[in-house]
Design a protein around this ligand. Structure first.
Ligand code: PMP
Length: 436
């Protein structure tokens, strides 16, 4: 039974297991926003497979697309060979690409995870430029393989130069918003132009338009444009990691569209596979410097994932779910900001579209921020208590942020008004209970 499964798992699985630790449930059925556990309990799932399920669990169009491939007798595994399924996926994906990428992109199938696509992107720009350094940002998350981990800051390596990512709250410069963004841009320029910095001609800059794991921090549009300008002027390829922000999540199909920035390379995974593993890199054809066979991998042609992904991309486009995410996300953000008036433990509410973060603080304590101002410190223990109180009320949320004090909401883009209300009610209730 349910308890036995949890016990055996905790004994047999690696100590590194993650979600299973903070969310001790045993899902056996799921549809849309709802997961049903082996104990018969139902949960509203605002983790959505870490942002993977743009259409929620088991959406009929996704299931239909998968069944169609199975029923057709098509091979499920064909390495990277051309197939009708792959052709349909690529066509649908290219129709969504921003700016000049729509007409001038190449695609590299990687696989099967986001981190594989990050590796491929880093390798590609190193080959194309003949340079090795990479500029990445504080608080970034790009994956768990060595190169991606370097860029995330988890495995320090001299090849990665870390730049401050702008923040609205407790900004490393002590100032939030546009002014912090401009200071960050100047910092970047100074570093790149300083002959002694060792970062003068990197192979690329990699950034998340909204940091997800880093605590749901949207980059200001002006900062994004400055980063594009800085990299363009110096011939540095700009890689946008849209693994988590893509496919409508932030209120536009790709998050770079908010600022109008067109990157040279985009790293895509999660939602593009419609809940199955799929990861690709798309990039300007001028960067296609690879020799045949320079980047290989056995699992680059998952037919089911491409079929599920094509169906998801088409559904999001046809039903304008990015616009829906923008309007519903803005309403949810406003409600949560309202909640802060009566809950002093809410230090900050931020996000874009249906990628929302609530940073929890200890209102009775004080720390000094980078600018010397007294601010309440992050409250990771409270965040854990809120996550558990949410679970007790049938709501699944994830934590993130540099101090693990940010509650993250990543509901499916198909969320109804009524469901959004239920999510907010349960969250408010959990907050009140955990605060005591
Ligand atoms: N990039 C970003 C922005 C991510 O959020 C993640 C995963 N959370 C990854 C890369 C890595 O993807 P994966 O876990 O599939 O390797």
């Amino acid at each position: 039974g349910y308890e036995g499964i949890l016990r055996r798992q905790s004994l047999r699985e690696s100590a590194a297991r993650t979600y299973a630790r903070s969310l001790p449930i045993v899902p056996v059925r799921a549809r849309g926003l709802t997961i049903e556990g082996a104990d018969g309990r139902r949960y509203l799932d605002c983790l959505s497979g870490a942002g993977t399920l743009a259409l929620g669990h088991n959406h009929p169009v996704v299931l239909e697309a998968i069944k169609k491939v199975i029923d057709s007798g098509a091979p499920l595994h064909v390495l990277d060979l051309a197939t009708p399924v792959k052709d349909a996926f690529t066509t649908e994906l290219f129709a969504t690409l921003p700016g000049r990428l729509a007409d001038d992109a190449r695609i590299q199938f990687c696989g099967p995870a986001g981190t594989d696509a990050v590796e491929a992107a880093l390798k590609l720009v190193r080959t194309a430029t003949g340079r090795s350094g990479v500029l990445a940002f504080t608080g970034a998350y790009h994956g768990m393989t060595a190169g991606a981990l370097d860029a995330s800051g988890g495995a320090p390596d001299v090849r990665v130069t870390r730049l401050p990512y702008p923040q609205d709250f407790r900004c490393p410069f002590g100032v939030g918003g546009e002014r912090g963004a401009e200071l960050g841009a100047r910092w970047t320029e100074n570093l790149l132009d300083d002959p002694k910095s060792g970062a003068r001609t990197p192979a690329a800059m990699i950034l998340e338009p909204v940091q997800g794991e880093g605590g749901v921090i949207p980059a200001p549009d002006a900062w994004m444009r400055r980063m594009r300008q800085i990299t363009e002027e110096r011939g540095i390829p700009l890689i946008a990691d849209e693994v988590q922000t893509g496919v409508g999540r932030t209120g536009s199909f790709w998050a770079v569209e908010h600022s109008g920035v067109v990157p040279d390379v985009m790293v895509l995974s999660k939602a593009i596979g419609g809940s199955l593993p799929l990861a690709v890199v798309v990039y300007r054809s001028a960067l296609d410097a690879w020799e045949p066979g320079a980047h290989a991998g056995t699992f680059r042609g998952n037919q089911l994932a491409m079929a599920a992904g094509a169906a998801t991309l088409a559904y999001v486009r046809e039903n304008r779910l990015a616009e829906r995410a923008a309007t519903l996300g803005a309403r949810m953000l406003a409600c949560l900001q309202g909640l802060a008036a009566t809950h002093p433990c809410i230090g900050d509410v931020r996000g874009r579209g249906l990628m929302i973060g609530v940073e929890l603080v200890d209102p009775d304590a004080e720390i000094t921020d980078a600018a010397g101002a007294a601010v309440p410190p992050p409250a990771p223990a409270l965040a854990v208590a809120v996550q558990r109180a949410c679970l007790d009320r049938g709501l699944i949320v994830e934590l993130g942020g540099r101090h693990s004090a940010v509650v993250r909401l990543l509901p499916p883009l198909t969320l109804t008004d009524e469901q959004a209300g239920a999510v907010l009610d349960r969250f408010a209730d959990a907050l009140t209970a955990a605060e005591r």
